[in-house]
Design a protein around this ligand. Structure first.
Ligand code: PMP
Length: 456
């Protein structure tokens, strides 16, 4: 097949996720053929900066040969085996030990999955099974947040607070409810400090618990920093207060770390950056730096004890603890450790990115709420900074802006009108400078286009 044909053939046979496939077939797609470090390359030879680390997952960057070697070795030795029926294999044993080492001290058990959505669905069944095992089967409601993202399965999409997803396929399912997100910029009252707003937003959880009754609630689930919702970084007071409320009402606290886990925030896990201690941690993505599909639910000693008392947990996926994915994940974690990548995000490259991110974007007139923690960054496109007025039809302006970036070979993402970036954690200072120089050029183009549009 010639280069040009891939785009055409793709339209004939491939339905893309989260896409208007009719529009894609009309407009064509870019064909990515190679990756190295923070760059991906298309079939026309363009070098593209991947400011999103794929889908927030390629933490150690593209093209690490060690991972390919480990995958080949494992494929040659044992390409598949399961751990359902009184069996295990070295790759999964070693990965579990490694995960217990990098996780907080009270996390010593792991349940494997094939993706973030499967981790979330597993967690949803697990928290209910936990309470039933403790003789409290009525505790089954799970509380998520509007504009949270927890995956695309029926469970994950229900728990997430994406109204566009709920609108398709009759969601949410029963016993899943939502509270408002801790979005200071959009939801604070006039003159309210970030700290005060953080407490008020956390108290929405307590209000919901009082409304429903704690005896009916299994868990509260949140991303330490909302990723797909547009990099919403809650005020520092938010999570400690959430934790306090969960403890007071005996409700499990779950951190969905599918994006924040494995170094993104400059800590091994995002809850450490946000200052709280969960009972369960859902992961995927950065666990293997996206090199192979694998997810893991990290289970605290407290929850493990309850589960062990409950007999058989009737749940499991064919690819749970897949040997090749497990071997690759284990090597990926070793690289994160041996190369000090998490500390580097915390001490050096994260602070540099934050400084440069603010310098680059704050000066634009349609940009506000510039924010960055570790290497997860965002800003919001707004019509009027003084009044915090957003553009109409939230999301349209973001897509227009994203397309300008993409045209200039920089991948950033629009989540509504929040523009976000989460580059590979191995990005260098020079690469940050290059990335942000392109971004500034794109923003000038965006502003000119927007000026013209508003003048009409
Ligand atoms: N939870 C969170 C916080 C996520 O960001 C995502 C994916 N972006 C998921 C769950 C779902 O993961 P996956 O796409 O691997 O199913």
């Amino acid at each position: 097949m010639s280069k040009k044909d891939y785009s055409k053939q793709d339209a004939k046979h491939h339905l893309h996720p989260f896409s208007d496939n009719a529009a894609l077939a009309r407009d064509g797609v870019r064909v990515m053929v190679k990756g190295k470090g923070i760059y991906v390359y298309d079939d026309e030879g363009n070098e593209i900066i991947d400011g999103m680390a794929g889908l927030w997952c390629v933490n150690i960057g593209y093209g690490r040969k060690e991972l390919a070697r480990v995958a080949k070795k494992q494929m040659d030795e044992l390409p598949f085996y399961n751990t359902f029926f009184k069996t295990t294999h070295p790759a999964v044993v070693e990965l579990s030990a490694k995960l217990s080492e990098v996780a907080p001290a009270n996390f010593n058990h792991v349940f494997y999955t094939g993706s973030g959505s499967e981790s979330v669905d597993t967690m949803m069944r697990m928290v209910r099974h936990y309470w039933a095992s403790l003789g409290k089967p009525s505790k089954k409601i799970i509380i998520g947040r509007w504009n949270g993202y927890h995956g695309s399965t029926i469970g994950g999409a229900s728990l997430g607070g994406m109204k566009g997803m709920h609108a398709q396929g009759d969601l949410p399912i029963a016993n899943v409810v939502h509270i408002e997100q801790p979005w200071y910029y959009g939801l604070a009252k006039d003159g309210e400090s970030a700290d005060d707003f953080g407490i008020r937003a956390a108290n929405w959880l307590e209000e919901k618990i009082n409304e429903i009754g704690a005896d009916k609630i299994a868990a509260f689930v949140g991303e330490p920093i909302q990723g797909a919702g547009g990099v919403i970084i809650p005020p520092k007071t938010y999570w400690p207060r959430i934790e306090e409320i969960c403890r007071k009402h005996d409700i499990l606290l779950v951190a969905d770390e599918v994006i924040c886990g494995f170094g993104r925030t400059g800590h091994w896990f995002g809850h450490q950056a946000m200052g709280f201690k969960p009972d369960i941690i859902t992961t995927a993505k950065g666990l293997s730096s996206g090199y192979l599909p694998i997810g893991a639910v990290l289970v605290s000693d407290k929850v493990t004890e309850g589960l062990l008392a409950g007999g058989e947990f009737n749940h499991g996926f064919t690819y749970a603890g897949h040997p090749v994915a497990a071997a690759v994940a284990q090597k990926n974690l070793e690289i994160l450790q041996d190369e000090g990548i998490v500390d580097r995000v915390h001490d050096k490259i994260g602070p540099y990115m934050q400084k440069r991110w603010h310098e680059t974007f704050s000066k634009f007139k349609y940009v506000d709420d510039v924010r960055c923690e570790g290497l997860i960054c965002g800003f919001t496109l707004v019509k009027d900074k003084a009044t915090r007025e957003l553009f109409p039809d939230f999301g349209t302006t973001g897509l227009m802006c994203r397309d300008i970036f993409f045209k200039h070979n920089l991948i950033m993402r629009a989540c509504g009108d929040h523009m976000v970036a989460a580059p590979p954690l191995v990005i260098t200072k020079k690469e940050i400078d290059t990335m942000l120089a392109i971004a500034a050029k794109c923003m000038r183009e965006f502003e000119e286009k927007m000026d013209k549009q508003l003048a009409k």
